[in-house]
Design a protein around this ligand. Structure first.
Ligand code: 5GP
Length: 177
């Protein structure tokens, strides 16, 4: 990372709050009587998931899964592995994946396939941010917070080398290649 790159706000906390409320209202219409499992992908989604569920006033369960890609951290190898499994049996349950950002799509495409093998009643995807310019595999996102430009984002759960997750706004580095 360029040490002289400046942190800029892309979406501030009020804009995020409005997006989370809108997503919660869309999700409520579809899941009110379904007792869904909301499945957060660790670690980036934990802030978003925590805010989202506090706007959902119907019964639901929460679980987490951790995934990582094989090989080098700078080059996407396309191979994903499960680092931490979900604990909840999802067979015949409605599962809503909650993700911070869909970039190449490899992570969520893998997860949807992985979950479908466990025969859930349904699987849908809610992403706070979508970076379509980077997509390598097609992924259907059912609920989208923001469509974002091709910039590396941090804050509101998103990290750079495990830092910046605690920023309340979604930010990017100006001057970063
Ligand atoms: P994908 O498999 O769609 O390429 O990537 C999904 C994962 O890559 C996200 O869950 C996130 O961890 C990471 N990622 C992709 N783009 C960004 C970004 O702009 N900022 C951060 N912090 N992580 C990102």
């Amino acid at each position: 990372m360029n040490p002289r790159a400046e942190l800029r706000v892309l979406f501030n906390r009020r804009e995020i709050e409005a997006a989370v409320r809108r997503l919660a209202s869309e999700i409520s219409q579809d899941y009110r009587n379904k007792n869904p499992v909301l499945l957060g992908i660790l670690r980036g989604s934990f802030v978003f998931l925590a805010d989202l569920i506090r706007h959902l006033d119907f019964p639901l369960e929460v679980d987490f899964i951790e995934l990582s890609s094989y090989g080098s951290s700078t080059q996407t190898s396309g191979k994903i592995k499960v680092v931490k499994k979900l604990e909840t049996p999802v067979r015949d349950h409605d599962v809503l994946i909650v993700e911070d950002i869909v970039d190449t799509g490899l992570t969520t495409a893998f997860l949807i396939k992985y979950l479908k093998r466990q025969k859930p009643a349904s699987v849908r995807l809610c992403a706070l941010t979508d970076k379509p310019s980077r997509r390598e595999v097609p992924v259907k996102i059912d609920y989208i917070g923001f469509t974002v430009p091709n910039k590396f984002l941090v804050g509101y759960g998103l990290d750079a080398n495990q830092k910046f997750r605690n920023l309340p706004d979604i930010c990017y580095f100006e001057g970063e290649a």
